[in-house]
Ligand binder design. Structure first.
Ligand code: TGC
Ligand code: FAD
Length: 388
């Protein structure tokens, strides 16, 4: 299938030549290297780890991290376009990259010591090490301020105890960024694979994000040295600051999934004959396509403006919430509508729509549920927090 991305309001000319080049390179890689494997991995519930060196070569791990630490030094819009194109392939692929860049490299870059940066960032950028981000716990997802994981100070470091859940890349990670309650507030710790008392069993039987590893993190009297703590941040604003970065990428990612579904359904409707006529020639499908194209176009503009604000250092967390909330729900709505347009074929993994639909059920929940972002926007508009 030839991919034809919707660009109804000619946004292409709003991107720089470099941004278009990054987008087109990732798009071509996803089409040639990832999509042929997508169905197989989704069905098997596996992530194609063998592609990690190619992803590193593409420069998608921590693309906005400066080159001196191994990143690509790209701007925010280029990073957004990378997420868009990866999620056109699969939300699990974008998740793998989001976690590595926004949730592992970012906290090390923003809150780490110089030694932590020099040690980890080039390895993570080069795909030589994989990382995960442990914030959510079995009883504290939307409300991480209640976390039970503790970090007790010892004379030469800390002892960590607790359990994290739903952690992307946990089992295959070399380093986990673990958020724990220390005596002076919530702190981030770098816990390496193989540390005594630390394990990361995989969570199975998911119907969503199947081509992505999801894990528990179990910490039982895990001793880490003082150097394992991220020194540059204290309090919930540490992990929430990382989420801002990842949610930004997801706002573009939701668009990518929507593009994939829209494109597939439009091509399908043009060739599928029902009642002696192409499905695309009936009024009801045309209304669906018109509505979807309008919503996708508005979401594209939202993502682009968000990116330019981010580059100018003017973006607020609530703006990121608005874009994540809108664009992921858009992706989910588009995937549902497109699945319907494909009829029975829509439930077959030979087509993409069903896979995207299932995946987006996770994306709408993680990185702040749809409703948590509703409350974050409400909080900023009214000045009244309504979370509790
Ligand atoms: P609250 O009192 O409002 O804030 C505590 C401190 O944090 C600051 N802050 C933020 N900073 C940066 N970015 C944001 N988005 C921020 N939101 C708040 C805030 O200014 C304050 O700072 P300070 O200096 O005053 O201490 O905190 P709260 O406890 O009332 O919670 C607010 C709420 C509900 C919005 C927050 O807890 C939240 O966002 N909950 C959702 C949790 C979540 O998104 N978890 C995601 C886990 S990671 C994940 O899902 C990865 S999936 C990855 C993949 O596979 O792609
Ligand atoms: P809950 O917080 O129990 O929410 C349940 C419902 O209650 C939701 O509808 C929610 O919107 C609603 N709700 C909650 N609070 C309020 C309120 N105040 N007002 C009104 N409604 C409310 N976490 C990580 O730390 N790292 C990861 O890498 C990671 N990867 C993930 C990968 C996958 C595939 C999935 C599914 C999740 C992942 N998560 C990860 C966890 C994810 O961030 C949480 O699932 C999410 O934050 C929601 O938490 P919860 O599941 O505990 O739901």
């Amino acid at each position: 299938m030839v991919f034809q991305q919707l660009d109804y309001f000619q946004l292409d000319d709003q991107f720089t030549e470099d941004e278009r080049m990054v987008r087109d390179t990732v798009r071509a890689w996803v089409t040639e290297r990832y999509l042929p494997l997508a169905m197989e991995h989704f069905e098997a519930g596996t992530f194609p780890s063998e592609l990690t060196p190619e992803l590193a070569e593409l420069g998608v791990f921590g693309p906005t991290v400066p080159q001196e630490y191994g990143g690509a030094g790209l701007n925010s819009v280029a990073y957004g376009l990378i997420c868009q194109e990866l999620e056109r392939g699969d939300s699990g692929l974008r998740s793998f990259v989001s976690v590595q860049g926004s949730l592992v490299m970012y906290p090390i870059f923003a809150y780490g010591s110089e030694a932590q940066k020099r040690h980890w960032l080039p390895r993570l950028a080069g795909g030589k090490a994989i990382g995960c981000f442990g914030l959510t716990e079995p009883d504290f997802g939307s409300n991480p301020s209640g976390m039970l994981t503790t970090a007790k100070a010892t004379k030469d470091g800390f002892v960590l105890n607790g359990r994290k859940m739903w952690i992307t890349n946990g089992t295959n990670s070399d380093v986990a960024v673990v958020w724990a309650r220390a005596e002076d507030g919530i702190r981030g710790f770098l816990v390496e694979r193989g540390t005594k008392g630390f394990s990361a069993p995989e969570q199975k039987h998911k119907f969503s994000l199947r081509a992505s590893i999801t894990s528990e993190l179990v910490l039982e009297d895990v001793h880490v040295s003082k150097d394992a703590m991220l020194p540059g941040v204290k309090g919930l604003k540490g992990p929430l600051g990382c989420l801002n970065q990842a949610r930004y990428g997801i706002a573009w990612g939701g668009l990518g999934a929507a593009f994939a579904c829209f494109d597939e359904a439009l091509q399908y409707a043009k060739s599928r004959v029902v009642f002696d006529k192409a499905l695309a020639g009936f009024q009801l499908p045309q209304k669906k396509f018109a509505d979807m194209a309008t919503q996708i176009t508005m979401a594209q503009m939202l993502a682009l403006r968000l990116g330019r604000l981010k580059e100018a250092g003017k973006v607020t967390p609530a703006q990121v919430s608005m874009a994540k909330r809108n664009n992921v729900m858009l992706g989910l709505d588009v995937a549902r509508t497109c699945r319907d347009i494909l009829g029975a074929n829509g439930i077959s993994l030979e087509y993409q729509v069903g896979r995207h639909l299932c995946n987006l059920e996770s994306v709408v929940t993680y990185e702040g549920t749809h409703d948590i972002h509703t409350l974050a926007i409400g909080h900023e508009l009214t000045g009244m927090p309504a979370y509790r």
